[in-house]
Design a protein around this ligand. Structure first.
Ligand code: NDP
Length: 254
């Protein structure tokens, strides 16, 4: 099983590098970057549910059945299990349900790639959580890495949730195109949702302190940074009055 874990990590790193190489040239083809006339698509709402779902069952099956913690799950492990599941209940179930424009399409290829990635990532992180020595005792709850990680993760989650809400509300009146988002972290960056997401996963990575957690942080950066840059360019091209001081994704920097 340990070999499978390491193989999963290598594949995730390769997927991250592949994503970075392709999306720096052409943003992932969904939402505003979807290729006109794109064939083989499905509705965005079930697509999100489908491709995020392995993070629940892959993580849960690995943690409880396939490679459970040898000495039984500790309190820290149960906390991290709950945190992971809660995040994906939001991302896979609540977030798509909150979306306004239910007619939006999502390319099938992105659903398949997302599903495979989430399957591997759920397995790798569940295995890592269940087998990390430092997560076996309650001492980890008071470790500075855990406490700092939790504070960073909560801050990131709040920024992300607020940004998701601002974007959703831009279409509250039935409008189906794009407007300039204002408020929250959009004051500083075009991709406030990705900024919050990146901060959240950096916080979670710190709380986990595992190789699988670090690899997922790398993948998140490789996936979201180029897309944030593409959103930023797109806003500047489409809105002549777009706020000049706004950066792409990292306030004051990028
Ligand atoms: P986007 O910013 O591309 O879109 C978010 C939603 O808001 C879409 O429904 C989009 O509609 C709508 N929207 C975006 N900008 C505007 C605007 N200016 N005016 C009106 N509506 C707008 O984000 P993603 O769809 O890529 O991601 C959604 C969430 O999932 C984010 O919180 C993100 O952080 C998270 N995520 C996390 C990933 C990870 O690696 N952990 C990977 C991908 C996403 P439309 O679809 O029509 O463009």
């Amino acid at each position: 099983m340990e070999m499978l874990y390491h193989a999963a990590l290598v594949i995730i790193v390769l997927m991250g590098l592949g994503t970075l190489a392709t999306t720096l040239r052409q943003a992932g083809p969904y939402g505003r970057h979807m290729t006109p006339g794109q064939r083989f698509t499905m509705k965005a709402r079930p697509a999100w549910l489908l491709f995020e779902s392995p993070q629940w069952f892959s993580f849960a099956l690995t943690f409880w059945l396939v490679a459970p913690p040898l000495a039984g799950p500790s309190g820290v492990m149960l906390f991290l299990f709950g945190l992971w599941q809660a995040h994906y209940v939001y991302r896979g179930l609540i977030y798509p349900w909150r979306m306004r424009d239910t007619h939006r399409q999502f390319p099938l290829i992105a659903v398949v790639m997302g599903f495979l990635f989430n399957l591997l990532n759920g397995f790798a992180n569940a295995y890592a959580v269940g087998h990390a020595d430092h997560l076996m005792t309650a001492d980890w709850f008071t470790d500075p890495r855990f406490m700092a990680g939790l504070a960073i993760a909560v801050a990131g989650w709040l920024v992300n949730f607020q940004a998701d809400t601002i974007l959703i509300n831009l279409r509250a009146d039935g409008f189906t195109s794009y407007r300039i988002p204002h408020g929250g972290a959009f004051r500083w960056v075009s991709a406030a949702n990705y900024f919050g997401e990146i901060v959240w996963w950096c916080g979670v990575g710190l709380m986990l302190w595992t190789l699988a957690g670090a690899v997922f942080v790398f993948f998140t950066l490789a996936n979201l940074m180029p897309r944030a840059l593409a959103h930023h360019r797109w806003y500047r091209e489409h809105f002549p009055d777009y706020p000049k001081s706004r950066r792409a994704v990292i306030p004051g920097l990028l």
